[in-house]
Every structure is written in structure tokens, then in C-alpha cells.
Write a new protein. Structure first.
Length: 464
């Protein structure tokens, strides 16, 4: 492939640059994706025009990164980043160049980029590809390789090793031998550790959204990068679960990794919960010996896992909402449904978990099953059949419109005051007791019945 298709809007953009005596190229991921045959959405442009010259060419220009030669052109209903050809030097903060110099050619500009597959440019005029570092060949070979010396490239920017792992998982590419070895270099790891936790989190979420996050997680673990950002995972390696009962094949680490694969690709909350659900197991491991047999136990691991998940996600600057949703799933994932559960028990389970979390909890349980053997559990297995029955019973409870919170009761505090029950702590206790009653017997959720019951409770417990 020597050319890629250029959208009509970009051809018009290129014509504007050409009329002013400048060249302009599509660069970065857009060119890589076009070579891969994928559709292109984000357009980044490199040009020999200075930011001031670009600003003069277009009506609406935002100086988004003018110190680094970047402006954003608002045109054709899009925001298009336009950066002057540049070279960079010095990366004392491990992420941003200390100095930026304008370059004369597109080849010089491409020489500062991270990987060969990202160091290609396509002319906006005809789509002809400039590829000085063999990016097309590496794409054909499904190989991730740095532009030049990997130690030098990774030493410039601590995010690049993380991006290498993410690209490997997203694209299904291998990492070239020297590039892979450099990821574990102590100086490279030190530079990687210097990036902000938010930047790692953003890459981490992209990895968890790949078809098989296990590819990325294993690479992160093997290179030592995972231990920098999620140290809670390391003790899970070689924490054995096998015992005489034959429940588990893998150690805790591999079980977690495969459970993450088993969660839905498009559901980040469940994938995060799958990653964290057993992370507290090493601290709770115990062995029970019975004659010739032995059993490995992890009593209360879900509570330890919840604590570790909260600490880890907080350190990575996830939102409070994301943290709370994931931690609830981790805390509740060990529910032990049995056919003998009464309807009231099902209602209590729904109330405790919350109707908005039920579907995700079911998905987490299926992911947990997947992690046991690195494959989906059979629909005919006892675990799946029990899960499906519980799901049906939960749906039935929700359809009954039974009270799932105190707010759903047929009475409120105002109603209780009208029958002589004063506002205060005791009223709250009475409402709680009414809710317990309705949970056990939904037919009691009628105003007259509850007012009668409330008056009786007040008379017996609080009127003296």
C-alpha cells in the first residue's frame, strides 16, 4: 500500500494549506488505522506552517497547545488538531518535552514519534504515504517496534511502555524483542512510575475494553508495570487454590485474569469488578486438613477484596460513583443462592444489592465461573441454572411492585404524625419496622393496614 483514501473534507483542508504555500499531512493513529483497513474518525494534521500562519488561514482557531506548536482548527463541523513539524528534546518530567523546535520536513517530525506504526504520514493532496521507519512492514508483520532505540524512546516518555502494552492487546500485535525487553529495564520502569496515576488509569480502562484483557494484564505483570500501579495484584501470583475438592485449576492471579476476560467487553464496571473480586484472597487463605484430604479456604475474602479495590481505584483516581459500584459488586459476589430461598429472602437480597446492580452482579458471577476454567460455564451446569432461576425470581419480585425501600411504603412520616406518632428517632424506627414487615409480606403494603400496625408498635414500644 502506497496511498490511503483521503476524505473530501481533508482534501479541501489540504488545498487551503497548498494555496498558502504550505504542505499538510494526516499523521498518527489515523494513518495507522487506514493502513489496517479501519475507519478513521480522529484527524491529526502536521504541517510546515507555524501556529501563527495556521491561525491566519482559518476563521476559527483555538490555541490549545501553542507552546508545543499545536492549534485546533474548527471547520466542517469538526475539531482538527494541527501541529507544526517539530523535534523535541529533554523529558525531565517523563512525559512532556523540555523544549520544542520546529522542523523543516515531515520526516524529521516523524522521527520523534513512539512506534513505527504511528510514525507514518499521508499527504492531504493525494494520500501518498511517507513511511521512513518501516511502519507498514511492521503492521503487516503485526509487530510493535519503537522508532529507533527503545531505551531512548521509553526514557523520553513514561507513558510509552504502557501504550505499547495497550496497543498489543487492542491490535493483537506482538512486541518486537528489543522493545519488549526494554519495558522491564529498571530505568524505564522508573520513568514509567513517574507518570500520573490518571494517565495509567485511562490506558488501563482501554486495556480492559479490549476483547481479551488477559493479553494486556499478563504483559503488564511480566514487565513489572502492573506492580507499579496496582501492587495489590502481586500477592495473587502463586497463591494456590487447588485442593482435594477440585474446585479450582488456576492460582488466584490467573483466575482473576481469566475472569476479567469472561466479563462483557462493553461493561467496564463488571470488568473492573472481575479484576478486583478475589484480590483479597491471599490475606485470607487457610488450609483445612482432614485425614488424606485437604481444603483451601478464603473466608471473608470478599470484604478484604472490597477494601483493596477501594484503595486501588482511589489511588488511580476513579470517580466515587465508579468506585462505589465496583466495590458493591466485589462485596456481594459471594452470594450463595439455593432453591430453598423464600420469596422474602429474594426480596431482601434485591433490597441489599439494589435493583440497579442486579444485572451487573449476575454478569460478575458468570465471569467468576468463566475464570475457573478459562471458558464459559455450560448453560446446563448447576451454577448457571441456579443463577438463571434467581434472575427470574428477582424479575418477578420487581414486577410485583413490592416495596424495595422505605420510600415505597404506602405511608410516610406525615401519615404517621396524623395518627399521633411524633416526628423523631422513634418514627424512623417504626418506619423501618413497617418496611421489614412489608418485605416479608408485600400484601401488607396498604395504608390502613400499615397505620394500624404503626399505632400498635408505637403503643407497645414507645408511648410509655
Amino acid at each position: 500500500m502506497t496511498h490511503i483514501p483521503i476524505p473530501p473534507e481533508l482534501k479541501k483542508l489540504g488545498a487551503i494549506f497548498r494555496e498558502q504555500g504550505h504542505s499538510a499531512y494526516l499523521v498518527g493513529g489515523a494513518v495507522r488505522d487506514a493502513v489496517l483497513g479501519k475507519s478513521v474518525h480522529d484527524w491529526d494534521i502536521a504541517t510546515d506552517a507555524t501556529p501563527q500562519q495556521v491561525t491566519a488561514m482559518f476563521r476559527k482557531v483555538i490555541p490549545t497547545g501553542i507552546a508545543h506548536g499545536t492549534v485546533t482548527v474548527l471547520i466542517f463541523g469538526k475539531s482538527i488538531e494541527v501541529t507544526t513539524f517539530r523535534t523535541e528534546s529533554g523529558y525531565s518530567d517523563g512525559r512532556h518535552p523540555d523544549s520544542v523546535s520546529y522542523a523543516a520536513t515531515i520526516e524529521e517530525d516523524l522521527s520523534r514519534r513512539d512506534f513505527t506504526m504511528n510514525a507514518m504520514a499521508a499527504s492531504l493532496t493525494d494520500g501518498k504515504i511517507t513511511d521512513p521507519f518501516g511502519g507498514r512492514e511492521d503492521i503487516k508483520a503485526k509487530l510493535i517496534r519503537t522508532v529507533g532505540d527503545p531505551l531512548e524512546r521509553f526514557g523520553e516518555d513514561g507513558l510509552r511502555p504502557v501504550r505499547a502494552v495497550r496497543f498489543s492487546g487492542q491490535l493483537g500485535f506482538s512486541i518486537e524483542e528489543k522493545t519488549l525487553a526494554a519495558l522491564s529495564n529498571p530505568q524505564v520502569l522508573k520513568k514509567t512510575d513517574s507518570i500520573s496515576r490518571e494517565r495509567f488509569r485511562d490506558e488501563w480502562c482501554k486495556m480492559l475494553s479490549t476483547p481479551k484483557p488477559s493479553l494486556c494484564i499478563k504483559l503488564l505483570e511480566e514487565t513489572g508495570i502492573l506492580a507499579l500501579f496496582i501492587p495489590e495484584f502481586s500477592p495473587c501470583r502463586k497463591c494456590e487454590q487447588k485442593d482435594s475438592r477440585g474446585y479450582h485449576v488456576f492460582d488466584v492471579a490467573d483466575h482473576i485474569i481469566y475472569a476479567t476476560d469472561g466479563a462483557p467487553k462493553e461493561n467496564l464496571i463488571v470488568r473492573l469488578a472481575a479484576f478486583y473480586h478475589d484480590i483479597g484472597k491471599p490475606e485470607t487463605r487457610s488450609v483445612e486438613q482432614k485425614e488424606d484430604a485437604f481444603a483451601v479456604h478464603f473466608y471473608g475474602h470478599e470484604k478484604v477484596s472490597e477494601h483493596k479495590a477501594r484503595a486501588s481505584m482511589t489511588a488511580l483516581k476513579f470517580s466515587n460513583e465508579q468506585i462505589d459500584r465496583v466495590c458493591l459488586l466485589v462485596r456481594e459476589h459471594m452470594f450463595n443462592y439455593e432453591y430453598s430461598w423464600s420469596d422474602a429472602t429474594v426480596r431482601r437480597f434485591l433490597i441489599r444489592v439494589g435493583k440497579d446492580n442486579i444485572e451487573n452482579l449476575m454478569l460478575l458471577r458468570l465471569a467468576d465461573m468463566y475464570g475457573k476454567n478459562n471458558c464459559a460455564a455450560s448453560p446446563e451446569s448447576q451454577g448457571v441454572r441456579e443463577l438463571m432461576e434467581l434472575k427470574e425470581r428477582l424479575q418477578k419480585v420487581q414486577q410485583e411492585e413490592s416495596a424495595l425501600s422505605i420510600k415505597d411504603l404506602a405511608v410516610n412520616g406525615k401519615d404517621l404524625m396524623q395518627v399521633g406518632i411524633p416526628a423523631g428517632k422513634n418514627m424512623g424506627l417504626i418506619l423501618k419496622e413497617l418496611f421489614e414487615t412489608v418485605t416479608d409480606s408485600p400484601k401488607m403494603n396498604e395504608k390502613e393496614k400499615l397505620l394500624t400496625l404503626a399505632k400498635n408498635i408505637f403503643a407497645q414500644k414507645y408511648s410509655g
